[in-house]
Design a protein around this ligand. Structure first.
Ligand code: UDP
Length: 452
């Protein structure tokens, strides 16, 4: 497997590795050298279960990798050569039946081909996003009349009607070219990919999966989430946390009534503006409900003082809320005190809510999040999509209204029931004979045993 080391990228790969290993397959994961020190919980390369290898992305250790253009360029020119050298060295001692690549390193498909290794891809976002990009980057793009108008309607097979503003932002005119070039390269290389896996499960995205069958089929094999969410006890070995979690929040949740707490997190990458922090704090304050808010260490914005601002406003809630820098989200979502999740709708978080049966209030910002928010509100029907003048701008009143809608409004019970239904379907998909389990078995049979 080849993946970038971002939290939302490497974790699904680790989870797929775990599934394959449980079925007797040997797995090597290659990721970039700069992440070596950040993967402390993973077994080392001596482990009998998983073999971990590193290659350089071509940038110095202290290079600021948030400069995505430079990172992507360096991966293309130097990273791909380094991966190829690594594979040359590894194949002296072993033969690979298949290389499963991260879609955001499309050049790895070419490396697999150079070495004569059959290639598969783990699509780490919603199958819906795979399908939308397909119609734009692989087809002629005729499905999209006017991407300049955010309110223009979009009607695509397998999806409800939605608006241009809800498309994944990386395909919109406002998105930088380097992402578009990367996605174009990926979709033009799809013919060299024999299997595309999705990280969700068939029952969640049935219509979308069906709509791709005659194009490039996508096989959901998830939900690829922490084993803890699935009731398994082994959690550490196959997951990576970028920051140390604050365990105190679990004790804090223990002392709250069932289904009473609003959980708030915008993931590992979003940097909230002071205005958004203020608006979230106002909505939480006015909701009169207990809340747990993750304001992560990466969230310090350029304006400065975000933490102080939040703490200052929250003082007024008189201990009703807790603000932490990072938590074990899967434990929080599974906690009986948690009633709903105010989320940016990163794909991992979205999958985790499905498995935990937690209703969502979607406040998306960019990339696939606006599309995931539509899935939550209109396809899964496990939450509501907070209206905003533009994505990433949070309105205090609207957020407060959404909290009410999901917790106390006339639709609250239906949303909760639907979330519980998805929770059940998610588990069944992974069980022996379930839809995801069948796809994995089919893959092992085709790719590994028969080397198709
Ligand atoms: N997460 C966590 N603790 C937190 C906040 C987030 O463990 O306090 C995890 C969360 O469970 C998810 C990942 O971080 O697995 C975030 O991934 P996602 O795709 O939702 O968003 P991204 O961070 O990529 O924007």
């Amino acid at each position: 497997m080849v993946s970038l080391p971002f939290q939302g990228h490497i974790n699904p790969f680790l989870k797929l590795a775990k599934r394959l290993i449980s079925k007797g397959v040997h797995v090597t994961i290659a990721t970039t050298e700069n992440a070596r020190h950040r993967l402390p919980k993973m077994p080392n390369s001596q482990s009998s279960e998983i073999h971990l290898e590193f290659f350089s992305d071509g940038l110095s250790f202290d290079f600021d990798r948030s400069d995505q253009n430079s990172l992507i360029n360096s991966l293309y020119t130097k990273g791909s050569k380094n991966l190829s050298t690594l594979i040359t060295n590894l194949t002296k001692a072993q033969e690979f039946s298949c290389m499963i690549v991260n879609p955001f390193v499309p050049w790895a498909i070419d490396v697999a081909n150079e070495h004569g290794i059959p290639c598969a891809m783990l699509w780490i976002q919603a199958s819906a996003v795979f399908s939308i990009y397909y119609r734009y980057f692989k087809n002629t793009g005729d499905d999209f009349q006017n991407l300049e108008d955010p309110n223009e309607k979009v009607q695509l097979p397998g999806l409800p009607t939605f608006k241009v503003r809800d498309l994944p932002t990386l395909m919109l005119p406002s998105s930088p070219d380097h992402f578009k070039r990367l996605l174009m390269h990926l979709y033009q290389s799809l013919d060299k990919v024999k299997w595309v896996f999705g990280t969700s499960f068939y029952e969640a995205e049935e219509e979308i999966v069906k709509s791709m069958v005659s194009l490039t089929p996508i096989y959901p094999i998830g939900p690829l989430v922490s084993p803890f969410l699935l009731g398994e006890t082994e959690t550490n070995v196959f997951s990576v946390d970028l920051w140390n979690a604050e365990y105190s929040c679990i004790e804090w949740l223990d002392n709250k009534p069932n289904s009473s707490v609003i959980y708030v997190s915008f993931g590992s990458l979003i940097v909230l503006s002071n205005k958004n922090i203020e608006n979230i704090a106002t909505a939480l304050k006015n909701s009169n409900k207990p809340f747990l808010w993750v304001l992560n260490p990466g969230a310090e914005n350029k304006e400065g003082g975000a933490d102080e601002l939040a703490f200052e406003i929250l003082k007024e809630t008189k201990g009703r809320g807790l603000v932490v820098k990072w938590c074990q989200q899967e434990r929080v979502l599974m906690h009986p005190s948690v009633a709903c999740f105010v989320s940016h709708c990163g794909w991992n978080s979205t999958l985790e809510t499905l498995v935990a049966g937690v209703p969502v209030i979607a406040c998306p910002e960019w990339t696939d999040q606006p599309t995931n928010a539509v899935l939550v509100s209109n396809v899964f029907k496990t939450g509501v999509n907070a209206k905003s003048e533009e994505h990433g701008v949070i309105n205090a009143q609207e957020l407060q209204r959404c909290i009410w809608e999901v917790m106390d409004g006339p639709n609250a019970e239906e949303i909760k029931n639907r979330a519980m239904e998805m929770k059940d379907l998610a588990r069944k998909a992974l069980q022996e004979g379930g839809s995801s389990d069948k796809h994995i078995n089919q893959f092992i049979h085709d790719m590994i045993i028969h080397n198709l």
